[in-house]
Ligand binder design. Structure first.
Ligand code: AMP
Length: 295
C-alpha cells in the first residue's frame, strides 16, 4: 500500500513529465519479480490505461486499486542535483490522496507480508486496522511526514516489525547524527528490525542482536534515482515473502536482492528498467555482491 503517482522529474540526464511513479508503484514492480503482489492505492480518472496494463502484465492484482472519478491522480514534481542521493520536491498535488480511506478487499485481509510504503501515516494506520493476520509488516516514510505528522507516525511504528528509511530520515526522526545511536533510539519505538538506506553508500540492517552492512551496487551512471528506495523495499519484502521466513540469513539475502533491483531502477527514468527485467539479470547482480563482499 502506498502512492501511485504521475511524476515529473528533472535530473542532470534530462527531464520527464507525468510519468508513472509513486511509492507503491516502484514497490509492487520490484516485488513482482519474487512474489505475487496485491496493490492497495488510489488513482484518478486521468490515470492512463497503459499504466494499468503494465501492472496487469506483471501479475499485480488491482482489486485494491481504487479509480476515483472525483479527483485527479496524485502528482509529484522533483529534481536532483549533485550526488543524486536526495530528491528536492518542487510541487506535490495531493488530489485523490487527500480523502483516501483505503478499503482493503476481504481476500487481502489475511495478509502474511505487508509493506506500508511512503504515504500519510494516518492512511498507513487505517490499513493496519483492517488487516487481520500478519507475519511481517514493514513501513517506510519520508521527511515530509516526520516533519508534519510525527505523532501519527510514532503510532504506526508501535505496530510494525520493520522500518526502512534513508539515512537523513533516520537522523531527522532520532535527532542523532550517529547512525548507531539513531538506530537504537528508533527501535525503542517498536520495530525489531531497522534498515537504513544510504544511497550510493549502501545499506545497513539492525536488529537488537545483529548488524549487517552492504555496499551499493557499483554503477558509473545514475540516470534517475526516483524510486530507488521503494524498489529496494519491494525486492526486500518480495524475497522475504517468497522464502516465507524472517530468519537473519534470509533478511541478509533480502538486503542484497533489494540493492540489486534498486540499482536497475536508477538506470533509466521512472519505471522503465523495472518493466523489462529478467530474473537472471537480478541473479547476476546478486553474485556481483557476493564477490564484492567476500574476503
Ligand atoms: P523514492 O525515490 O523511493 O523515495 O520515492 C519516490 C516516489 O515517492 C515518487 O514516485 C513519488 O511519486 C512518491 N512520493 C513523493 N512524495 C510523496 C508523498 N508525500 N506521499 C506519497 N508518495 C510520495
Amino acid at each position: 500500500m502506498g502512492s501511485v503517482a504521475l511524476d515529473s522529474i528533472k535530473t542532470p540526464s534530462g527531464e520527464r513529465k507525468n510519468i508513472l511513479g509513486g511509492s507503491a508503484t516502484y514497490l509492487s514492480l520490484a516485488a513482482s519479480y519474487f512474489s505475487p503482489v496485491n496493490l492497495v492505492s488510489i488513482v484518478g480518472s486521468d490515470f492512463p490505461d497503459s499504466y494499468l496494463g503494465l501492472f496487469r502484465k506483471k501479475n499485480i492484482d488491482l482489486k485494491g486499486l481504487t479509480i476515483s472519478k472525483e479527483s485527479k491522480t496524485f502528482k509529484w514534481q522533483g529534481y536532483y542535483e549533485g550526488d543524486l542521493n536526495e530528491a528536492s520536491t518542487l510541487k506535490t498535488e495531493v488530489n485523490v490522496l487527500a480523502n483516501f480511506k483505503p478499503e482493503i478487499p476481504q481476500e487481502y485481509r489475511d495478509c502474511d507480508y505487508l509493506f506500508l510504503a511512503n504515504i500519510d501515516p494516518e492512511i498507513q494506520m487505517e490499513v493496519l486496522r483492517q488487516v487481520k493476520k500478519t507475519k511481517f509488516v514493514v513501513c517506510d516514510t519520508m521527511n515530509y511526514w516526520i516533519d508534519k505528522k510525527i505523532e501519527s507516525f510514532k503510532k504506526v511504528l508501535v505496530r510494525v516489525d520493520a522500518l526502512i528509511v534513508n539515512e537523513n530520515e533516520l537522523k531527522q526522526f532520532s535527532g542523532e547524527s550517529n547512525l548507531l545511536q539513531g538506530a537504537k533510539k528508533v527501535m525503542e519505538f517498536g520495530p525489531w528490525l531497522l534498515v537504513v538506506k544510504r544511497g550510493d553508500s549502501g545499506a545497513m540492517m539492525f536488529t537488537s542482536r545483529s548488524l549487517f552492512s552492504i555496499p551499493a551496487y557499483p554503477l558509473e551512471k545514475v540516470v534517475d534515482p526516483t524510486g530507488a528506495g521503494d524498489s529496494f523495499g519491494g525486492g526486500f519484502i518480495g524475497y522475504v515473502c517468497q522464502q516465507d521466513s524472517t530468519e537473519e540469513r534470509i533478511l541478509r539475502k533480502a538486503m542484497v536482492y533489494g540493492s540489486a533491483i534498486a540499482a536497475f531502477d536508477v538506470g533509466a527514468f521512472g519505471t522503465e528498467c523495472l518493466e523489462n527485467l529478467k530474473f537472471k539479470e537480478i541473479e547476476r547482480r546478486y553474485r556481483v555482491f557476493e564477490q564484492l563482499t567476500k574476503f
